[in-house]
Write a protein that binds this ligand. Structure first.
Ligand code: 5AD
Ligand code: SF4
Length: 430
């Protein structure tokens, strides 16, 4: 989401004469786009400000000017406090205000310090300029915010209430992305399958129906969506996995824990078995689909048995990858007031166990890919000279020797080797 937001900020700033540069020395403005989801986010922002401040100082010593801004969810959460603690910062603005950047920059250039953490009722999306080229694999934001209120999570507070963009706007944007070279579109939202946008006939569409319409846009060859919630996996979405071949056979579906007691305390509103059922239903619809997930270890009250329940769920489902995190209390969330905190060393041990198990499952999956030929979208140059890098439909990273002219193309790649985190492949017509 932040990668997407940063590219939208660049789109808004371009007409003002700003362009992106690769090194901070050249910049007239630096924007730190921040995430607040896990602990130490605020500390990290201040240490990053400290690190980058020298570029502003150096530029100003030579009589130049550089604006420094903090954007994103840390800006939203900390607001004024950032200006107080970091005199070097000129602008602090939250994720719902990016369309107001021109006014903010004007003020800041007039030496006014700006704090903007409004939640305007109008849609910021309507005020964005035309999208600039995102390349062959593009993001398209269809939904923002979250009304789920999992007890550990700051998102409902920093990103605000759920909002779904109207269907017509999304289809228009998909067409524009294709015109600019996009072949794969990833539909984005904090809670993307809660999507319930209005079609021009007044009907409300769910994500499954929307995916169908995006698949009909000429030139769209592959569709992904992220991040989804088990509670919002409905029949329409499952059928989309069955019927729409362009929908990639990979789904990131966070479960957080395998213990019903912890899931309840997290306010996830589903059990471990319900999650298993959903996985089974989706597998029935699309037999080759693979799953990834998010796990939180050491949520308050988590016992050895709760942890074992999570391990068992991982063994039962078998994931193609997953992210796992130690629980950290987020200010203002209900879980921050819970007792029975889990000791740090216990969290570390449990995290290692989960990560080892998932890494083994991921490596097995990668090894099972050897010998298969898959359609890979080459998105960038590879690590080694002469290589390109892309992803398989199952979201595995692949490096293969290939001519630069294949950048931005879907190419059949035969997998020849696997490492724990990536694949090596061969292209027939280099
Ligand atoms: N502590 C640890 N992990 C968290 N996540 C969200 N909030 C917290 C928290 N307070 C994780 C969840 C979520 C992912 C994006 O970040 O696993 O799915
Ligand atoms: Fe946070 Fe996702 Fe839960 Fe919403 S559904 S509160 S974004 S973890």
């Amino acid at each position: 989401m932040n990668v997407y937001d940063s590219s939208r900020m660049a789109d808004i700033l371009r007409p003002l004469g700003y362009a992106q540069v690769d090194v901070p020395e050249d910049a007239d403005m630096m924007i730190l786009n921040t995430c607040h989801i896990r602990e130490k986010a605020t500390d990290k922002v201040f240490s990053e400000i400290g690190r980058l401040k020298k570029h502003k100082d150096e530029k100003e010593a030579k009589g130049g000017k550089m604006l420094m801004a903090v954007a994103g969810c840390v800006a939203q959460a900390e607001g004024d406090f950032i200006l107080q603690r970091a005199p070097v910062i000129d602008m602090v603005f939250g994720p719902q205000t990016y369309h107001e950047l021109p006014e903010m920059v004007l003020k800041a250039n007039g030496n006014e310090r700006v704090v903007n953490t409004d939640f305007p009722t109008i849609s910021k999306f309507d005020h964005f300029p035309e999208e600039q080229n995102q390349g062959a694999a593009a993001f398209l934001s269809i939904q923002e915010g979250c009304d789920k209120f999992c007890t550990f999570c700051v998102v409902p507070y920093t990103r605000g209430a759920e909002y779904s963009r109207p269907v017509a706007k999304i289809i228009d944007e998909a067409k524009k992305l294709v015109d600019q070279g996009a072949k794969e579109i990833t539909l984005l939202g904090q809670n993307v399958n809660a999507y319930h946008g209005e079609n021009s006939d007044g009907k409300i569409w769910g994500l499954g129906r929307l995916i169908e319409a995006v698949a009909e846009v000429k030139g769209v060859e592959q569709i992904r969506y992220t991040t989804s919630h088990p509670r919002d996996v409905d029949e329409g979405l499952i059928n989309a996995h069955r019927d729409i071949q362009k929908l990639a056979p990979f789904l990131h579906l966070p479960v957080q824990s395998g213990s019903d007691k912890i899931l309840k305390a997290m306010n996830r509103k589903h059990t471990g078995d319900r999650y298993r059922e959903i996985i089974a239903d989706i597998r029935k619809a699309r037999s080759d689909i693979v799953f990834s997930s998010d796990f939180i270890v050491g949520f308050p009250g988590e016992t050895d048995q709760d942890h074992e329940d999570t391990m068992q769920l991982i063994r039962d489902v078998v994931f193609a990858s997953a992210y796992s995190f130690k629980y950290s209390a987020r200010p203002g969330t209900p879980a921050a007031n819970m007792s029975a905190l889990v000791r740090e060393d216990v969290k570390t041990a449990r995290l290692t166990e989960i990560q080892d198990l998932i890494a083994a499952q991921y490596f097995d999956f990668n090894k099972a890919s050897i010998g298969k030929t898959m359609s890979v979208l080459f998105e960038r140059k590879g690590k080694k000279e002469g290589q390109l890098q892309g992803r398989t439909p199952f979201f595995q990273a692949v490096n293969a020797e290939a001519n630069d002219r294949l950048l931005g193309q879907f190419v059949d790649v035969t997998i020849t080797a696997a490492t724990p985190n990536a694949l090596v492949g061969e292209v027939k017509t280099i």
